[in-house]
Write a protein that binds this ligand. Sequence first.
Ligand code: SF4
Length: 317
Amino acid sequence: MNKPAPRYRSLSSWLKERFGEPVRKITVDAGLGCPNRDGTISRWGCIYCNPRGSGTGASDHGVSVREQVDRGARFLSERFHCRKFIAYFQSFTNTYGDLSDLAPLWAEALEHPGVVGLAIGTRPDCVADDVLDHLAGLSSERLVWVEYGLQSAHAETLELINRGHGPEAFFDAVRRTHARKIPVVAHLILGLPGESVVHMKATASAVAAAGVEGVKLHPLYVIRGTPLEGMYKSGQYKPFTEQEAIDATLAVLERLSSETVIHRLTSDPHPEELVAPDWMLDKRRVRAHLAMAMENRDVRQGSLWCNRDEILPRLQK
Ligand code: SF4
């Protein structure tokens, strides 16, 4: 019997199509900072971010990029028998610095023979043209993409969560990145304070209109030591229930192009840092519930996508 067509385009299947075999990501912490924490923009960071900045802490422990990649590749090849990897610069803001400091970090990762590409996570207001030019040069031989945190396309939400940039910074960064033929992944958070599903649908349509090649969706969770924890404890913020997160995820998926690669649909909190909601810890169950909801409601990525020529005039009104 033929396998049913997948309901969304996952990163793992896209990488497998492209490289002919499974490709896994190695998370790298290059020890870079964030202008939203060091006082350049603010000292408080985004309200959901703790001082670790999604980092592994490897750099603080003196582990070089080369060692992190070597260790990651060894671990993943033993566990999953894979030979190809993407080095994912995840922690903090990975284009925050001079090109002369950044380029050697990326070169170190690419020295490993199994590394077939780079994923660079960063803020959209923090990417200089010479850095993009350099990444464009690397992308002529390897797969390179840039991941920009947008989180929401609504200026008032970005202000409320203290992002330190507005939506226009994201659209400008996408334009400059695309001008160099580098693919873009947009990070979106579902369930931000003050937002309803209507806001999230509009954000999905806006990133779809910008023509991003990938999207990463994270339902918001509360971690220790963040301003969001204070909002949660004082009753100012109520996290999504699992059902609300599933509903929002499906509503966003339907509005993205079917060509967009979905890098993530669920969140991955550290159990020891998580304050709420508890249901996020059982990722396997959440994924199963999401798959079931897609099946039961016959939801497919892209079923409500409007092509950008249709949607841009509407967004500009
Ligand atoms: S931009 Fe990233 S690292 Fe910086 S405060 Fe926000 S979430 Fe944390």
